[in-house]
Ligand binder design. Structure first.
Ligand code: GLU
Length: 466
């Protein structure tokens, strides 16, 4: 049974890199009919907040990445970690170390001065035949892991390939502080072990922790999971992704008008590929997803491609669903959405032309507000030669059957009667009705409005342009 986990530290929002890690872990479990676990690594109490936990859960919900178990909170598992530490002390795979922070600092300075890599010198490490110093009174010891001294620790990373680290490079890690609170790497190890994690899929910023974690797992007699370290994500400009790049939190993509399926599809292709396939549903992604096709090189964010995907999914989306997403955006702007014109019909016409929900809201807004077209647009399009055709059109509007084909026929007859080309009448209609010179087919736009509102907008006093 495949079991994966997403193990964020709740110190901020769910960012794009974390979301991709979650997506890959989730998809891998789904692909194999396994389980996906959410674990909140909240032991850094100074930096963890309940708001950040909520932000992570909100982000996962928005993306639709459902977990089968959890959320588990490490702070609620302290007793378990302490029990394992005591077992390791008893088994001799961990030991008490009385070196004080001051002594450690002196040790490190001396090593640096001698051109050595700073490391714990093993004073309190028990060895066969070695006599340990007498514990100094009043010093609470930390607990160190007794790391193997010889050989290498190696694993076949499912993304990076074989990785080997000499044990001589690793000193004896502190696994519990003097008050017996466990340290970061230790909690991860106990959890991955006890939660039965088979595949650890995480960012490659953790690759340095892996040899230490493997050694501790081995000391515990635990099965070592397989590891897949995902390369980092760079911004559009090739620099490490950061706040400078604008939206880095998943929920900022929501604010910016992206659909979750577009973000998911985009993240799915960020460092993973299935031939040339660019557009796929999450069902398809889960069927295809494997770790063999993850690239070990850094993935570069491409906002243009995300926008293209978003435009694609907007076109596909059901109008009523889009209404539920656009209406709150309009209401947040103080726009009252009335039953007529129909927001669903407006969206149906405009969703082909926009690349995000905010643009869709911009397009829809003009139908509901007391529109005042700009004087320069009126001056440009409301030409003297257009006015008689416009007057005919206004007359015709009063009786024409209220549907796009009949309105199109009316427009045609108005321009024919005055020997005009289509834009001569279409442009002033667009500007008067929507304030914009660029719209979908003008007859379709006219038909979105109730007849009375068309008359009101076409007949309203137009100041200088009259
Ligand atoms: N809590 C770690 C983080 O948020 C992840 C640890 C792991 O995946 O092993 O970066």
């Amino acid at each position: 049974m495949i079991r994966t986990r997403f193990a964020p530290s709740p110190t901020g929002f769910l960012h794009i890199g974390g979301a991709r890690t979650a997506l890959f872990s989730w998809a891998f479990a789904r692909h194999h009919g396994g389980q996906f676990i959410l674990r909140i690594e909240d032991t850094d109490v100074a930096r963890s907040t309940p708001e950040a936990v909520q932000a992570i859960i909100d982000g996962m919900n928005w993306l639709g990445l459902a977990y089968d178990e959890g959320p588990f909170y490490q702070m609620q598992r302290m007793e378990r970690y302490k029990a394992v530490i005591l077992e390791m002390l008893a088994a001799g795979t961990a030991y008490h170390c009385y070196t004080t922070p001051d002594e450690l600092e002196q040790m490190r300075e001396k090593q640096r001065a001698e051109g050595l890599k700073p490391r714990y010198d093993g004073t309190w490490r028990p060895e066969p035949g070695k006599t340990l110093p007498t514990p100094p009174p009043g010093v609470q010891p930390v607990v160190r892991f007794k790391n193997p001294v010889d050989g290498v620790v190696a694993w076949d990373d499912l993304v990076k390939g074989r990785v080997e680290i000499a044990n001589a490079e690793l000193d004896d890690l502190v696994i519990a502080r003097a008050d017996l609170t466990p340290t970061y790497n230790f909690c991860v190890v106990v959890d991955d072990w006890e939660m039965g994690i088979t595949h650890v899929i995480r960012g490659d910023d953790h690759v340095n922790n892996t040899p230490r974690q493997i050694n501790i797992l081995s000391a515990l007699g635990a099965t070592v999971p397989l590891y897949a370290h995902l390369s980092m994500i760079l911004g559009d400009d090739g620099q490490k992704l950061s706040k400078r790049h604008g939206a880095v939190s998943v929920m900022q993509y929501d604010d910016a008008g992206y659909l979750p399926e577009a973000v998911l599809n985009y993240l799915g292709r960020l460092g993973w590929s299935h031939g040339d396939d660019e557009i796929f549903s999450m069902q398809q992604f889960c069927e295809w997803f494997d770790l063999d096709h993850i690239t070990p090189s850094a993935a570069q964010f491409n906002t243009e491609k995300l926008n293209w995907l978003n435009a694609h999914y907007l076109k596909q989306a059901d109008n009523e669903r889009l209404v539920s997403l656009v209406r709150p955006r309009l209401e947040a702007r103080g726009v009252t959405v009335t039953a007529r014109p129909s927001l669903a019909a407006i969206i149906g016409l405009y969703k082909e032309r926009v690349s995000n929900l905010n643009e869709l809201a911009d397009a829809a807004e003009v139908f509901f507000i007391d529109l005042q077209p700009k004087a320069d647009a009126l001056a440009q399009h409301l030409t003297p030669e257009a006015l008689p055709a416009l007057a005919d059109f206004i007359d015709g509007v009063k009786n024409v059957p209220w549907e796009a084909p009949a309105i199109a026929a009316l427009i045609k007859s108005c321009i024919a009667n005055h020997g005009l080309k289509m834009p001569k009448l279409a442009m002033p209609l667009r500007v008067l009705l929507t304030g914009q010179a660029q719209t979908p087919s003008v007859d379709a736009v006219v038909a979105l409005f109730p007849r009375e509102l068309v008359l009101k907008r076409l007949e309203r006093p137009r100041g200088d342009a009259e």
